[in-house]
Write a protein that binds this ligand. Structure first.
Ligand code: PDD
Length: 296
């Protein structure tokens, strides 16, 4: 049984209860973050908390919680659940009101929830060693996908569509433009250059995306944030999906056609090795800086 954090209390998950009038439950009026930990050290913690604060501000929630408070909750959860390689989930909803009403109640206390779960070793996972298959889908989400809200029904439907077609994920496209996947950002490698959709309200500013761009530039690659079209993906030598839980995941097929030669690419191999090295250094507790990148 997992121990979770709910509104200042540490509880076994079976005892943690949220009201049916919680606005997170009724309206998906809540935002969240997912932060990986390797060997008990959180990876890019500050960047995740910064994004959480941006999400809170975008939805006009006022939460006076600083990074240190989140960090001590995260560390306590790792300790209480005896986990070192884990995914920390933080969720803040606007809170619970007496009745169901769309308007924001004047007096309301946010519901604060956090949990950790074991992070499977992605390096050896089949999806990582063999690469994954994706399909492209018209994006049916709202226009503020830069906010990390728990309103993820469209993302779930779009993932399910991919799974039911025998693929592993969907790449979301709007007016021909590639945005991201259902829970990761998208990269393409073309003639040695690394391309990724430029940021807008239509996609999440992934913490891993930012880190992968830093890493690639430090390895000497040119990285461009561009308008990326579906045709660019079809002609790409490599495609990757990036997220905190998936790290850098190679895509070897799009809409049942091969990407490149249909095998994992060399740029991915180099990038993945560099990524794993950083994790390894964290594992040694060195908090190393690789090529000027602060890992914590
Ligand atoms: N998802 N785009 C979307 C729509 C996402 O949901 C995520 C992350 C990302 C990648 O962001 P980051 O690199 O900061 O993890 C991009 C998390 C992992 C989730 O919903 O579980």
């Amino acid at each position: 049984m997992a121990i979770i954090y709910l509104n200042g209390q540490w509880l076994p998950d079976s005892e943690a209860k949220v009201s049916v009038f919680d606005r997170g439950f009724l309206f998906a009026d809540s935002v969240y973050e997912v932060i990986p930990a390797y060997a008990g050290n959180f990876f890019r913690f500050e960047e995740h908390i910064q994004r959480l604060n941006q999400s809170l501000e975008s939805v006009k929630m006022d939460l006076r919680f600083d990074g240190q408070e989140w960090l001590s909750i995260g560390k306590e959860l790792l300790a209480k659940n005896d986990l070192k390689q884990a995914s920390l989930y933080l969720q803040v909803s606007r809170g619970t009101s007496a009745i169901r009403s769309h308007e924001f109640p004047a007096e309301i206390m946010p519901t604060i929830f956090a949990m950790v779960s074991e992070l499977p070793p992605v390096v050896t996972s089949k999806q990582k060693t063999k690469g994954i298959q994706v399909i492209s889908c018209e994006d049916i989400r709202w226009d503020r996908c830069d906010i990390k809200t728990t309103g993820l029904l469209a993302n779930c439907l779009l993932l399910q569509k991919a799974l039911e077609s025998g693929a592993d994920d969907s790449i979301l496209v709007r007016d021909g433009k590639v945005l991201e996947s259902t829970s990761s950002n998208v990269f393409a490698v073309k003639s040695g250059q690394i391309l990724t959709p430029k940021l807008s309200d239509e996609l999440l500013a992934g913490v891993t995306r930012e880190f992968v761009m830093l890493l690639a530039r430090n390895l000497g690659y040119s990285v461009l944030e561009v308008d990326l079209y579906e045709a660019d993906l079809q002609e790409a030598d490599e495609i990757w999906l990036t997220s905190s839980n998936k790290e850098i995941r190679p895509v070897v097929g799009l809409n049942h056609a091969k990407i490149g030669n249909g095998e994992i690419g060399n740029v991915w191999r180099e990038m993945n090795q560099a990524y794993q090295k950083l994790k390894y250094n964290l594992y040694q507790g060195e908090f190393s800086e690789i090529a000027g990148i602060n890992t914590l």
